[in-house]
Write a protein that binds this ligand. Structure first.
Ligand SMILES: NC(=O)c1ccc[n+]([C@@H]2O[C@H](COP(=O)([O-])OP(=O)(O)OC[C@H]3O[C@@H](n4cnc5c(N)ncnc54)[C@H](O)[C@@H]3O)[C@@H](O)[C@H]2O)c1
Ligand SMILES: O=c1ccn([C@@H]2O[C@H](COP(=O)(O)OP(=O)(O)O[C@H]3O[C@H](CO)[C@H](O)[C@H](O)[C@H]3O)[C@@H](O)[C@H]2O)c(=O)[nH]1
Length: 340
């Protein structure tokens, strides 16, 4: 029998979660813990919060691009899988500071993947984005659609997908790149949620307005070629997205091949429909104003979900807009009380 204290022979079952103190990463840490998995987080706390990492989960404060730190963490914790959430995520900021985005999203991912290869990590799960598609020609978007990102954020993520594909071909690493559509909502048990005050996402803005932290909500454009003129997005509940990561882990552990998968529900809601639902759940109107279009917004983004459906053992459990809105509002109310 293997000596459990030996690093050479100990089973490498721990999952290293980079960016585990952030919005999505913290929900994945909860899902992994709920599934009985051992987890270690590496996060530089640039946008994440220490409090988002549950008690009992080791947090290594540092950069996911620090190859020495990552290698030491892999060795110390017996890491066999890396889930990579750490990154910079604000699209307009990526236009103003492209090199910051290439550094944090691409260069740091290169160092991380290199450390994984050098340390013999066999499984890698990557947070990619619908932004890799740019302005798609057809809807819903399947994974074979052309990747033509229209901003540095999308390009910085697409380059990491390419790096993973080439690394998988050359080394023993297998990966799942998950292309998230619009992630929203919060843990239904109230353990985590979107905590960044600077978030730019529609539902976060609406939740801030609902709790009196924001004077109004601007609708960016009502003259798009969509049924009500406002942009359509495929909103996926963050806890369903977290469950998709656990399913991707199971897929790779069972010897499954490398995959690139959309994460959405395959149906879209307009900005107006989202705001109507927020008002319905609140039982009162919100100050909503129509403003001009925001640069770079595609009229509609809806995920093709056939591939994730046949590849992963994943059943969405929170796939209705009302649940997404209710959990987002409940989290915001909790946040306002905790950090007024
Ligand atoms: N939120 C969305 O709608 C969305 C959509 C598509 C893809 N994504 C991707 O999902 C991932 C997580 O996004 P999020 O919404 O949870 O953002 P977030 O800002 O809440 O989380 C990012 C986390 O990474 C940490 N971090 C950033 N750079 C780091 C570094 N170099 N080393 C270590 N830690 C670092 C931050 O402190 C934070 O805890 C990102 O890679 C993002 O590109 C998010
Ligand atoms: O105050 C706001 C905020 C947003 N919107 C609109 O609401 C929709 C959703 O906007 P978000 O900012 O919530 O999300 P995006 O669709 O712009 O971005 C999402 O998809 C991108 C890919 O295209 C990236 O992956 C990004 O991280 C992810 O949040 C867009 O039509 C936007 O114009 C408003 O009308 N008012």
């Amino acid at each position: 029998m293997a000596n459990p204290t030996s690093r050479e022979t100990a089973p490498r079952e721990t999952v290293l979660v980079t960016g585990g103190a952030g919005y999505i990463g913290s929900h994945v840490v909860l899902a992994l813990r709920d599934a009985g998995r051992a987890v270690v987080v590496v996060d530089d706390l640039s946008t994440g919060r220490r409090a988002a990492v549950p008690d009992g989960v080791p947090l290594v404060v540092g950069s996911a691009g620090d190859a020495e730190l990552v290698a030491a963490t892999i060795a110390a914790h017996g890491v066999g899988t890396v889930m990579h959430f750490a990154g910079s995520i604000v699209v307009p900021e990526s236009v103003e500071k492209p090199l910051d985005y290439y550094r944090n999203n691409t260069v740091n991912s290169l160092a991380l993947v290199g450390a994984c290869v050098a340390s013999g990590v066999e499984r890698f799960i990557f947070s990619s984005t619908a932004a890799v598609y740019g302005m798609p020609d057809a809807m819903p978007i399947d994974e074979e659609a052309p990747t033509r990102p229209i901003n540095p954020y999308g390009r910085s993520k697409l380059m990491t997908e390419w790096m993973l594909r080439d690394t998988a071909a050359a080394h023993g690493l297998r990966y799942v790149a998950l292309r998230y559509f619009n992630v929203a909502g919060a843990d239904p048990a109230g353990r985590s949620g979107q905590s960044s005050r600077l978030a730019t996402h529609l539902l976060k803005i609406a939740a801030q307005a609902a709790t009196g932290q924001r004077a109004e909500i601007q609708v960016y454009g009502d003259d798009y070629p969509t049924p009500d003129g406002t942009c359509v997005r495929d909103y996926i509940h963050v806890s369903d997205l977290a469950a998709a990561h656990v399913a991707a882990l199971v897929h790779l552990e069972a010897g499954g091949d490398s995959q690139t998968l959309n994460c959405g529900y395959g149906r879209g809601y307009s900005v107006r429909e989202v705001l109507d639902m927020v008002e319905t759940v609140l039982g009162r109107p919100l100050p909503v104003r129509t403003a001009g279009r925001r640069a770079g917004d595609p009229p509609a983004l809806v995920a093709g979900t056939e591939r994730i459906g046949r590849t992963l053992d994943w059943t969405p459990r929170h796939a209705d807009l009302e649940t997404i809105v209710r959990t987002a509002l409940a989290w915001e109310e909790k946040l306002v009380v905790a950090v007024p």
